[in-house]
Design a protein around this ligand. Sequence first.
Ligand code: OOG
Ligand code: NI
Length: 269
Amino acid sequence: MHSNINTLFECLWDNYVAITPSAHKIHRLLAGEENSSGIINDHVAFRTFNLGKTGLDKLAAHFEALGYVAKGDYNFEAKKLTAKHFEHPDETQPKVFISELRVEELSETAQAIITKLVEQMDAAAVTEDNFLYSGRHWEISKEDYDTLLSESEYAAWMAAWGFRANHFTVSVNYLKSTQSLVEVNTLLKDAGFVLNTVGGEIKGGEDVYLAQSSTMADRADVDFGSEAIAIPSCFYEFAQRYPMPNGKLYQGFVAASADKIFESTNAKS
Ligand code: OOG
Ligand code: NI
């Protein structure tokens, strides 16, 4: 496990931008060329399968070792996902959102494919320093990917990409140029980036103390054994938090909005 938070997030970022070139460009667009360290991350998100070797708790352990504490629980009935978010006592550190697919709720066929993938993984891998950005620990065919895709986009994404940051999230509150999510979205669209419009371009708002938007995932090549094919990789998110009646900025997530953010890895239609 990493013993330094900043090093961990740097490794996660490098691994993420390697297949998400848009995030790199947007980071520069929002921060200005000379000060690209001026972006504060609201949160970073991870996905996994709820099998013994790969459960949410295995990913969480890396963050708990660094002082993160579990705060919120979320359930996504239709997508068959359970999620938790974690916060660090140092509020300048990004929050962490981890979801896991309840594999036992999928069809027998999908379960068999996923079990076969995870069987290929060395159980010791989950405690390695690099686990959270170690990618896939299995071979997968395009046929199995397509089978999973027809049932669960999340399952297919996870099977193809493995363990890595699914997205980083810009904290709009701490941007120097603008603190308006509407303005950020306009800037992004003017620069040619495609936003996730499922449930509207902005999910949530001041009434739930959190407004979010995201790009649609980039595409990057995945090795399917006999061929490499470009599929949706990762996206970039933008979050604006509002003060609660007690004056503090809301720190949780909003399940109804998150449900739509997950769709940012759908193939663009
Ligand atoms: C996570 C989607 C939820 C949020 O900020 O609500 C989320 C995912 O796509 O893996 O990140
Ligand atoms: Ni997010």
